[in-house]
Write a protein that binds this ligand. Structure first.
Ligand SMILES: O=C(O)CCC(=O)C(=O)O
Length: 221
């Protein structure tokens, strides 16, 4: 077998068994943690995206991000020439972002608890869509009002290589393979660590199709 399908099978063979892998002092990968939730999460996600569809946003420096974005919750993350920030309204519709569905909120709080953050109550869920070739450059999540809450990030669809760095952009990064259903949680002393995603490889995921969708839950306000 050759091509993207063969790559996908090769990646699936690398998939890690369920369990909690520590990747930092207060950071974990929860392998397959979202799998039992998928049937609850996907219909809710579809409803959110019907209301606030994916769009490509432009950085303050004028670059169009390769990942397309949407949000749900009281606050949504946006970027344009005026800067990076959270807004209560979807700038495209000038309406509030879709409410965060209960299933998503419950999922995120349980995942956070599993990683040692029992008081997590997210008010923002950023939804990133990566088609093959799309990536996310190394960055820190710094637009939230406080950094006491962790970030909970769930991967759906095509595999990705997540880069988990240190507190300086130039610090060495760990390369962590993430698969459909994996969850990464980082908080506490690790909350401001640089992170990013390498370009997604070609492929077609049996449930999600030719894309990777990532949900990141944060307490922003
Ligand atoms: O897609 C991912 O796994 C990470 C997304 C991310 O870094 C972010 O939304 O800040």
């Amino acid at each position: 077998m050759h091509g993207p399908t063969a790559d996908l099978f090769a990646d699936a063979a690398l998939q890690q068994p369920p369990g909690r892998e520590q990747i930092g002092e207060e950071s974990y990968v929860l392998r397959g943690y979202a799998l039992p939730w998928i049937d609850r999460l996907l219909p809710e996600l579809r409803r959110v995206l019907a209301q606030s569809p994916f769009r490509q946003m432009v950085t303050p420096g004028g670059f169009t991000m390769s990942a397309a974005l949407s949000s749900c919750g009281a606050l949504g993350w946006t970027t344009d020439s005026a800067g990076y920030r959270y807004t209560p309204l979807d700038p495209r519709s000038q309406q509030p972002w879709p409410t965060m569905p209960d299933a998503l909120h419950e999922f995120a709080t349980r995942a956070a608890t599993e990683a040692g953050f029992p008081d997590f109550s997210p008010d923002a869920c950023l939804i990133n869509r990566y088609v093959p070739g799309a990536k996310m450059s190394l960055h820190q999540d710094k637009n939230e009002r406080s950094y006491t809450a962790p970030v909970v990030s769930v991967s759906l669809g095509l595999p990705a290589i997540f880069l988990f760095g240190g507190h300086e952009r130039s610090d060495k990064t760990q390369k962590i393979s993430l698969f459909h259903g994996d969850v990464v949680v980082w908080g506490g002393v690790d909350r401001l660590r640089f992170h990013g995603v390498m370009p997604i490889k070609e492929g077609v995921h049996p449930i999600m199709g030719p894309q990777r969708i990532n949900l990141t839950f944060r307490t922003a306000g």
